[in-house]
Design a binder for this molecule. Structure first.
Ligand SMILES: [Mg+2]
Ligand SMILES: [Zn+2]
Length: 185
């Protein structure tokens, strides 16, 4: 079985601009490329897992999410990073769009996106990690059976704690997270 790094998108791989789907406004966060290279070289699949409730809330369509994701994939590819999978949750319990109004199991902090990705990519979750900028990412990773790293860059503001919301480590950047993972796998 393979091992994977599950990566949050907004606030982790790219600066957090709420409900942004404009490809022109997608830029890479600083201090991520060396770490992603290192993790790739260690044999991890890199898989993006992202809440995109803006679909259900009618801010944008799934096609626009796909275009934004492709731009991100392209920017990373230009930096020599291959993304193996992109999974997102378009749902919201209060969605305006009836097709997406539901309590799903894929909206983080629930682990559905990671579980689907693991099935498709034959991933051993116990050997895998989740990296994200809020504790909902940490909880999703922990619920999936991964270990989780919080990128503490100021985006988490509520700090709701709990046994499932405790990261294995807190790092400033993905580069730091990658070093931690390589030293603790
Ligand atoms: Mg985020
Ligand atoms: Zn969902």
């Amino acid at each position: 079985m393979r091992k994977a790094i599950f990566l949050d998108k907004d606030g982790t791989l790219i600066p957090d601009i709420p409900f942004n789907c404009d490809p022109a406004k997608i830029t890479l966060e600083a201090n991520i490329i060396d770490g992603l290279h290192l993790l790739s070289k260690q044999g991890y699949r890199l898989i993006i897992v992202s809440n995109q409730a803006g679909v259900g809330l009618n801010y944008f369509t799934e096609a626009q999410v796909d275009a934004a994701m492709e731009q991100l994939r392209k920017l990373l590819h230009q930096a020599g990073i291959m993304i193996h999978g992109i999974y997102y949750c378009p749902h919201h319990p209060e969605a305006n769009n009836a097709n997406y109004k539901m309590i799903c199991n894929c909206r983080k902090p629930l682990p559905g996106l990671l579980l689907s990705a693991a099935q498709h990519h034959d991933v051993d979750l116990r050997k895998s990690w989740m990296i994200g900028d809020i504790l909902n990412d940490v909880e999703a990773g922990n619920r999936a059976g991964c270990r989780s790293i919080l990128i503490d860059n100021g985006n988490e503001t509520e700090w709701l704690s709990g046994p499932l919301r405790t990261p294995a480590a807190t790092c400033n950047t993905i580069n730091d997270a990658a070093l931690y993972i390589c030293n603790n796998n």
